[in-house]
Design a protein around this ligand. Structure first.
Ligand code: ADP
Length: 394
């Protein structure tokens, strides 16, 4: 049988990522990244094996860029495709798993735009362009929220007026679900225990950060909420703040609510606290070189992540393992050390040698032997999107 490939498309508000993924082995035949989409200096970088080429699309709109990427596929690459998998940020309460996209699904997806107005229009544009360019292939939507649809009401309801929930869908949804699902299955394999028996807290620490409580392979709680702004400290997002802050600072700075939310999304988090960068590597370097604000940013980041692990252990009714993933979780021994130092109360202790070593390649245990294990698991959302797509397309 010839090798089969899934085209995985992640169409964001200013960037488009594309990959041809073998759903069985995870091999990438091609990867492409388009940045500054929608501006006159949009650029597309395409990589096949070791060969990389850059080009500027004639039409730099998101639709033009996606069409440009599709046109770059060779006949051989198109012939091997079994389907197109789309990363879709919001599935509301309707979608608890990936779905094949038909006309009815598209109506449902358009209905969800209000819940994620920054991301859903770009996701939809990717779907509509791919449907037009590759009409014979199954198009599959894989949702960031779907994995968290197993949360019970006690975890997903806010204590706000009931009609906000009934009429306006105000509840906690959670995000990064594809990553939390992928690493919880991989963690079980690496721990050589059935996922059904495990109580895991998965810590996805990247530019965006969230933690999830995963019991028996199902999400029972998570830190992100109605939007990806709730929860942990992130690169540029504040995570949890007192909602009373909105009215107070809006008045002081003469901003409207949208202006305050924008500042909480784009000028807060590591960037806001450190005044240095949103990038953890740069912030850690500044902290090591004596910047007190950068040190505080790292300290707050780690403290808040650890505090969430404690809260999620309560949601789980106990804890078997903490899973570190995402760019920071996988690559920063210093952040893992600091998070683990707060978690000694739960029986966790760093294994300094393992922590310094792991994460660089395949991941592995980073804690000293004990009842609770800390483990690094490299995430691969594209692979899980490819697997969901291949399963539904076949
Ligand atoms: P995204 O959420 O956009 O997928 P990533 O998961 O790649 O992003 O995470 C990006 C974050 O990972 C950045 O803050 C970056 O500084 C951090 N990171 C990557 N490598 C390291 C490292 N060696 N030490 C500390 N932080 C790192």
């Amino acid at each position: 049988m010839s090798q089969e490939w899934v085209l995985v498309l992640n169409c964001g508000s200013s960037s488009v990522k594309l990959a041809l993924v073998d759903p069985d082995s995870g091999e990438r035949r091609l990867t492409a990244l388009a940045e500054r989409v929608g501006t006159s200096d949009a650029v597309v970088r395409l990589r096949r094996g070791d060969a990389e080429e850059s080009s500027a699309p004639d039409d730099s709109s998101a639709r033009g860029v996606v069409a440009h990427l599709m046109a770059a596929l060779t006949h051989a690459e198109r012939d091997g495709l079994v389907g197109v998998g789309h990363r879709v940020v919001h599935g509301g309460s309707q979608f608890s798993a990936a779905v094949v996209i038909d006309d009815a699904t598209l109506v449902d997806l358009h209905d969800l735009v209000d819940l994620a107005p920054l991301h859903m229009p770009a996701n939809l544009l990717g779907i509509e362009t791919a449907r037009a360019e590759l009409p014979d292939l199954a198009q599959v939507a894989v949702f960031d929220t779907a994995f968290h649809q197993t949360m019970p009401p006690v975890a997903y309801r806010y204590a706000v007026p009931t009609d906000w929930f009934d009429e306006h869908r105000v509840r906690r949804y959670g995000f990064h679900g594809t990553s939390h699902r992928y690493v919880s299955v991989r963690a079980a394999e690496m721990l050589e225990r059935p996922v059904e028996d495990l109580r895991l807290v998965t810590l996805h620490l990247g530019n965006g950060c969230s933690a999830a409580a995963v019991r028996g392979g199902e999400s029972v709680d998570t830190t992100m909420g109605l939007t990806p702004l709730e929860g942990l400290v992130m690169g540029t997002r504040s995570g949890d703040v007192d909602p009373g802050l909105l009215g107070y600072i809006a008045e002081r700075l003469d901003l409207d609510v949208a202006g305050v939310i924008e500042a909480l999304n784009t000028r807060s988090g590591l960037l806001g606290l450190s005044g240095v960068s949103n990038d953890m590597r740069t912030v850690c370097e500044a902290a090591d070189n004596g910047s007190e604000s950068a040190r505080l940013a790292v300290d707050v980041f780690c403290y808040r992540a650890a505090k969430s692990v404690g809260a999620l252990a309560v949601a789980l009714g106990g804890l078997d393992a903490v899973v570190f993933t995402g760019g920071i979780g996988e690559h920063s021994p210093a952040v893992r050390r600091q998070v683990l130092s707060h978690l000694s109360v739960l029986g966790l202790a760093e294994d300094p040698e393992a922590n310094a070593d792991h994460g660089r390649h395949t991941g592995g245990r980073v804690s000293a032997p004990g009842d609770v294990t800390a483990i690094v698991v490299p995430t691969d959302e594209e692979l899980l999107i490819a697997r969901d797509t291949a399963r539904l397309a076949r």
